[in-house]
Design a protein. Structure first.
Length: 341
């Protein structure tokens, strides 16, 4: 039975629209769509598909007819555009089960792992002959990134719970000393409705080495942690990639979570429960992923300053290993390096 992975579920499918969790119209990620009707390698209008044990019928298949984009967590952008229906960059599906209508945006496997902040659609067309070749047949790692409430952040005055950090407060960074928090973004999830793949990753005490962390730490699955590879190079890796290590696992028992982004003027390494990890970077594209009121506030804080782009590797706080490579190396990351990085 054919299986499709990594479906972005949205509240509708509209042209020239930005979808994000912050705006409330990006609902999350659906891990798996299965169907014997997809064994022919095509999405066809009228195909029966199964999601979470429920059968739906494909009612509408659309494709880009102009350029759209995925905005990633580091502020960079991956574009998509019109193309051959034999291998589209993105497919837009509407599926029905009686009066239950669901909408999905499906990326091509060529994008690989993505930490997506928002999706901007361009113009859309219905596919010719009501069919298109299937895409996203590999399970890539796509998620959101942030801290969990209760995480202790290192500041010049001592450790402070992340939910108590205020805009303007100083937080200690690995590379640039104390830096002011420029903005704070908060999202609450209830897993009775939110996708289970958004459940946090739990790091037990010492699971990354002595005092790393110094107490239990919960972060979102794609939040990147700073570790050292066997060559001694400090690299950032997604938390979810480390679950093969002892003391690191998905917190399946969590029923609710509050995720919190700390925003600085650039990408920084900060300390959460004694462990070096990344901050959120407010690049120009990432700002599009948040509500207009928040964007205005951030623009007020920065004034005319133009934040640097993190698609320039010199602007990233440390080299980044993507999910597949990080998972392959997970057990080999060095543990006996100095606590202060």
């Amino acid at each position: 039975m054919a299986e499709i992975f990594d479906l972005f579920e949205v509240t509708d499918i509209s042209e020239n629209t930005t979808y994000s969790q912050a705006a409330g119209n990006l609902l999350g990620i659906v891990d798996s769509m299965t169907s014997a009707d997809l064994n022919d390698g095509e999405f066809d209008r009228g195909d029966d598909i199964q999601i979470g044990g429920v059968t739906y019928k494909i009612n509408q298949i659309q494709e880009p007819s102009s350029v759209g984009s995925f905005t990633l967590g580091d502020g960079s952008e991956q574009s998509f555009s019109s193309g051959s229906e034999y291998n589209l960059d993105v497919v837009f599906l509407t599926v029905l089960n009686g009066s239950d209508i669901r909408y999905f945006i499906i990326p091509n496997d060529s994008y690989g792992d993505m930490n997506v902040q928002s999706i901007q659609t361009g113009n859309l067309n219905h596919v010719a002959f009501s069919d298109a070749s299937t895409i996203s047949t590999s399970d890539n790692d796509i998620n959101v990134v942030c801290f969990v409430a209760g995480t202790m952040i290192k500041t010049p005055e001592g450790d402070t719970a992340v939910e108590e950090v205020q805009i303007g407060d100083l937080v200690l960074t690995r590379d640039n000393g104390p830096q002011n928090v420029r903005a704070i973004l908060v999202r609450e999830l209830d897993f009775s409705t939110a996708p289970k793949r958004l459940k946090p990753i739990l790091f037990e005490k010492d699971s990354l080495g002595p005092c790393r962390p110094n107490s239990k730490l919960y972060v979102s699955p794609q939040h990147r942690m700073l570790v050292k590879d066997q060559s001694g190079t400090a690299v950032l890796v997604p938390a979810k990639a480390l679950t093969s290590r002892r003391g690191i696992r998905v917190a399946q028992g969590k029923r609710q979570v509050t995720y919190i982004h700390l925003v600085f003027s650039k990408h920084e390494i900060i300390y959460a429960n004694g462990t070096p990890t990344e901050s959120f970077f407010p690049g120009p594209m990432a700002l599009k992923a948040i509500p207009e009121s928040c964007r205005a506030e951030i623009h007020d804080i920065f004034g005319g300053e133009q934040p640097c782009r993190t698609d320039d590797p010199k602007k990233v706080a440390a080299p980044i290993l993507h999910f597949q490579e990080a998972r392959r190396q997970a057990l080999s990351f060095v543990e006996n390096w100095p606590v202060e990085g």
